[in-house]
Design a protein around this ligand. Sequence first.
Ligand code: UDP
Ligand code: MG
Length: 312
Amino acid sequence: MKTISIIVPCFNEEETINIYYDAMTKLKEETNKFKLEYWFVDDGSKDRTYSILKDLQRDHSDEVHFISFSRNFGKEAALYAGLNEVTGDYTAVMDVDLQDPPEVLPQMFDLLEAKDSEYDCVGTARMDRDGENKIISFFSEGFYKVINKMSQTKIIPGARDYRLMTRQMVEAIKSMTEYNRFSKGIFSWVGFKTKYLPYKNRERSAGTTSWNFWKLFKYAITGIVDFSEGPLMFATWMGTIFSITSIVAIIAIIIRKFVNPLSSVNGWASLVSIILLIGGIQLLSIGILGEYIGKIFLEVKKRPIYIVKDKK
Ligand code: UDP
Ligand code: MG
């Protein structure tokens, strides 16, 4: 029987872990097609997550493992930590709040196991955005449009992290040791053939989401800066346009001086607005440079992506 390793990031999830584990156990018994190996990652939770995971591991030491971080390093770091530990034939990534439906897992498994299967990974992607905050939907859709225009790495709109992948793909992702991690981009960047199953939005089993608008916004900027040099071109293009415009203007002024030497001095307001516009664009361009330099700074420091406090 093949083994599926499941990576489950948990941040303040005391209410959901046991619900999740029970649902998965039920699924495993019903399908009886694969063995499971769990890698729960306690991402520096402030509630009882750690002790719940410890108990779970003690009671089911044949299949449950956990890693506990020294502080909150973020879901991306938790996924990476899990990838470094898994040993199964296939590896799945799953949220603990049951928003990633367990019953899809056997379907994913069958697709990968099928004779002559052409897929290396089976993922899930949302078909609609029912039940999501309208403002967040608007910005999410905008984000996917922008990143897919600017980046060579294509990201499927609404793709979730929930997926099952082969050992080979896991090794490929592990080889990407960058500090600024954006999984949606990484999954796509490594290539391999991925099949997306339709996914309908569902509510958390318990607890609350740890995302808010501002966190999502910063995450979106990370995604763009990590997988596209597009914004850097902005300064080059604006610089080119303004240089050409100013050369044309200078020529026009010189000609006017010859044609009509008494042309009067006016246009103070337009002058000020042009200076402001150019100043604004310069600052924006410096800001974009700063975003990239900030990422490079973190990358060259080679800090560890996570720090483990306890592991079993
Ligand atoms: N998570 C994590 N570290 C964080 C934030 C979230 O490990 O800093 C985990 C969380 O416990 C959950 C998954 O990532 O298993 C998805 O988080 P959440 O349900 O809060 O996000 P949403 O489903 O609302 O996008
Ligand atoms: Mg969730």
